[in-house]
Ligand binder design. Structure first.
Ligand code: GLU
Length: 298
């Protein structure tokens, strides 16, 4: 038995207790949570030896997500997780018979996602995580479940920066995040000395606020969350200039787990749960409910 199996087996007892508590809380009147509740599969059966069987038996799952991105992955001051990625994580857990209270949320900054999966620190990553071939050399992806596009965020009174083609001529100081696709994608438009990289986007938003940079670049889905919380200080500049299909990162070559996740997402779209998840989170700011994209082969 590997250490993580031992851990999972021992956590299972705790998880059962947590699940039992969760049920009690849901039944109590005035629980007050506005977060959607998804039906948790009761005693689902999976082929022995699969990741699904191990997780269902453990009764808990470790999900890597962002902790500081409003709309997609945010840990509130009360410790509650919010966002579309969080809801997608809960939907997958529910398919495994795991209630939200039994999920262990692990912070997964952009530059650490592949390592977290490879070192078995998480069972999956749902974290505004673009599917690309460079990452596919190290891990596998289920999905995509959403397609974002990279954009630029500037101060509301900045009318000089109008899109990526204006970055070089204005000598704009650009901020993005280490290990992100956004940092790679913006490079052709700038001199590398114009680029500052942090570990998380909230630090870029702070640097924009204090005038240390002129532009933050990453997916529009993320930028909209910061704009929403900026009291009118920030805006988008220009149109999205890339396609960023968001996948669920899993251990490389785990085809059965990938297929299970894709099936769970398909069912969530059919039952309206996917729409519910969107409307309760990113949809409040980003508007129109997306259609579940066509999946890549597992
Ligand atoms: N979607 C891009 C990526 O996966 C940018 C967002 C992020 O860093 O999470 O790198």
């Amino acid at each position: 038995m590997r250490w993580n199996q031992v851990l999972r087996a021992s956590v299972a007892v705790v998880a059962f207790a947590l699940t039992a508590t969760a049920c009690g809380q849901q039944e109590s009147p005035g629980g007050g949570s506005q977060q959607p509740q998804y039906p948790v599969a009761e005693n689902p059966q999976f082929q022995a030896g699969t990741t699904m069987a191990a997780l269902a038996q453990a009764g808990t799952i470790r999900i890597g997500t962002k902790f500081e991105q409003p709309l997609f992955g945010l840990r509130g001051l009360d410790g509650q997780m919010q966002g579309f990625d969080v809801e997608i994580g809960k939907i997958i857990a529910a398919g495994l018979g795991i209630a939200p209270d039994a999920i262990k949320w692990v912070e997964a900054p952009s530059g650490q996602r592949e390592e977290l999966i490879k070192q078995d620190k998480v069972d999956l990553v749902v974290a505004t995580y673009t599917i690309n071939n460079k990452r596919r050399e190290q891990i596998s992806f289920a999905g995509p479940y959403y397609v974002a596009g990279q954009s630029l965020m500037v101060k509301s009174d900045n009318n000089q920066i109008t899109g990526p083609d204006s970055l070089r001529s204005t000598r704009a100081r650009v901020c993005s995040v280490q290990g992100s696709a956004s940092a790679d994608n913006v490079l052709p438009y700038i001199d590398p000395t114009q680029l500052t990289l942090f570990d998380v986007y909230s630090k870029c938003a702070d640097a924009l606020r204090t005038g240390q940079v002129d532009v933050v670049t990453t997916d529009d889905s993320i930028l909209l969350g910061f704009i929403d919380r900026s009291n009118g200080q920030f805006k988008l500049a220009g149109e999205p200039f890339t396609d960023e299909p968001y996948g669920i990162g899993i251990s490389k070559g785990d085809v059965a787990f990938c297929e299970f996740i894709d099936n769970t997402l398909t069912k969530a779209a059919e039952s309206g749960v996917y729409t519910q998840a969107w409307e309760a989170t990113a949809g409040k700011v980003a508007g129109k409910t997306p259609k579940l994209p066509k999946f890549d082969p597992c």
